[in-house]
Write a protein that binds this ligand. Structure first.
Ligand code: PEP
Length: 248
């Protein structure tokens, strides 16, 4: 039985005061909900998370990682630096990075491998655009995104991945995938994983992301291959984030 996992993606939001309010609200409201939870925050706030979340059940992480270990790469943040601040997770290949920073499947795969090598848990994001869905290319697109990652890591490392299926048309739009659409994509992703390592595939958590909120979380989480959520907008309010965790 896979333990459910709910991760908040803060994107480029927050400041020290609002972060403290949000984090303390989450910690105070967490009961024994039976789900793991984490926040992926802008890199400058990792130290704050380490200071304010250490000793609580809430884990933290970053939204991107460099493929380089160090040196003359202005603006980049290495996996070792994320580790230095106690990060557990790092998002790899979020659709906003694929779209605005032209991250290719191969670059996302390299980032995933670097994160794994540093002992971080990469949350590999895949998902199709509206045009791709309407053109009937969903399966091809998300399998190619995943396949690139699988080619960059060893089969035994599959067990250390978290995947997130995030249809681009559902992110920040208020349009959630129906539970059936999401389940179909998740089942397909798990089948792709299983071709490489059947046993590991059964244990990998596949999160759904795209306008998840407390009102639609329960039905989505009830699907057999949906193991939690990657939450954007609703992760910025502790009551909404807790409402999703509670729906698990
Ligand atoms: C995201 O950014 O990963 C996301 C799922 O955003 P939202 O929940 O706002 O759609």
């Amino acid at each position: 039985m896979r333990q459910k996992l709910v991760i908040g993606n803060w994107k480029m939001n927050g400041n020290r005061a609002s972060n403290t309010a949000l984090l303390s609200g989450i910690v105070a409201g967490l009961n024994d909900f039976g789900a793991d939870c984490a926040v992926c925050v802008p890199a400058p706030y990792l130290a704050q998370c380490q200071a304010e979340l250490a000793g609580t059940p809430v884990r933290w992480g970053a939204q991107d990682v460099s493929i380089h270990a160090g040196g003359a790469y202005t603006g980049e943040v290495s996996a070792a630096m994320l580790q230095d601040f106690g990060s557990t997770y790092v998002l790899c290949g979020h659709s906003e990075r694929r779209a605005y920073h032209h991250e290719s499947n191969e670059l996302v795969a390299q980032k995933t491998a670097v994160a794994l090598a540093a002992g971080l848990t990469p949350v590999v994001c895949v998902g199709e655009s509206l045009e791709q869905r309407e053109a009937g290319q969903t399966e091809q697109v998300i399998c190619a995104q995943l396949q690139a990652v699988l080619e960059a890591i060893a089969p035994q490392q599959i067990a250390d991945l978290v995947l997130a299926y995030e249809p681009v048309w559902a992110i920040g739009t208020g349009k959630t995938a129906t539970p059936q659409i999401a389940q179909d994509a998740h089942r397909l992703l798990r089948a792709c994983l299983a071709q490489r390592h059947a046993e590991a595939a059964a244990g990998v958590k596949i999160l759904y992301g795209g306008s998840m909120k407390p009102e639609n979380a329960k039905e989505l989480m009830a699907q057999p291959d949906i193991d939690g959520g990657l939450i954007g907008g609703a992760a910025l309010k502790s009551s909404d984030f807790l409402g999703i965790i509670q729906a698990v």
